[in-house]
Design a protein around this ligand. Structure first.
Ligand code: COA
Length: 164
């Protein structure tokens, strides 16, 4: 049984290594693989509207997501989220639960749709998962991601309407 709750600053010592290991791989997010803790704290915690963490029964951090408006002003009814699950907890259904939670939060916050701007096309686990969660591929950006092992690969824009 996992719980999903708002991030608190005391989570950072456990959260940063999870984020650092994910971004250092250079295969899923555009953050520089050698990003500093301060840079990622700004991007994942300070700039978003909210950040949540998923924990197991003993409080161990298993994953995290942020939610923020995808655009300013006249585009701010569409939100954007980013999700990371710790490598030790992958394959246990944590991301689907966080994605469901984020959609509920999004509607509560007044957002009408959710957009993923940059799903790396070679990140097959993520693409398959987001499709299963009802997101549609609405665009393909040719060679837009500089994958650290594969070189230039496509990035996908994925979208889901939350409020008709
Ligand atoms: C993409 C990600 C969020 C999925 O999270 P998750 O909680 O592992 O998701 P799930 O438990 O539903 O597993 C998804 C798939 O991972 C694969 N998987 C299973 N065990 C795994 C493991 N030990 N390690 C990695 N992947 C595994 C399976 O193919 C599974 O699909 P299936 O359930 O249909 O068999 C997670 O892999 C992650 O954090 N990746 C790095 C960051 C990232 O890519 N974020 C999304 C950017 S768009």
């Amino acid at each position: 049984m996992i719980s999903i709750r708002p991030y608190q600053e005391s989570d950072w010592p456990a959260l940063w290594p999870m984020l650092q290991a994910t971004f250092a791989a250079g295969d899923t997010y555009t953050f520089a693989p050698d990003s500093t803790a301060d840079e990622i704290h700004k991007a994942w915690i300070e700039l978003p509207r909210s950040t949540f963490v998923a924990c197991d029964g003993d409080g161990t951090l298993l994953g995290t997501y942020y939610i923020k408006p995808n655009q300013a002003a006249l585009g701010d009814h569409v939100c954007n989220c980013g999700y990371v699950v710790s490598s030790a907890a992958r394959g246990r259904g944590i991301a689907p639960q966080m994605c469901e939670h984020s959609q509920t939060q999004a509607v509560l916050m007044g957002f009408r749709a959710m957009q993923f701007n940059f799903v790396v096309a070679t990140n097959e686990v993520a693409v398959k998962l987001w499709k299963k969660m009802g997101f549609e591929i609405v665009g393909r950006l040719p060679g837009a991601y500089r994958h650290q092992r594969l070189g230039y690969v496509d990035a996908l824009v994925m979208f889901k309407t939350l409020v008709e």
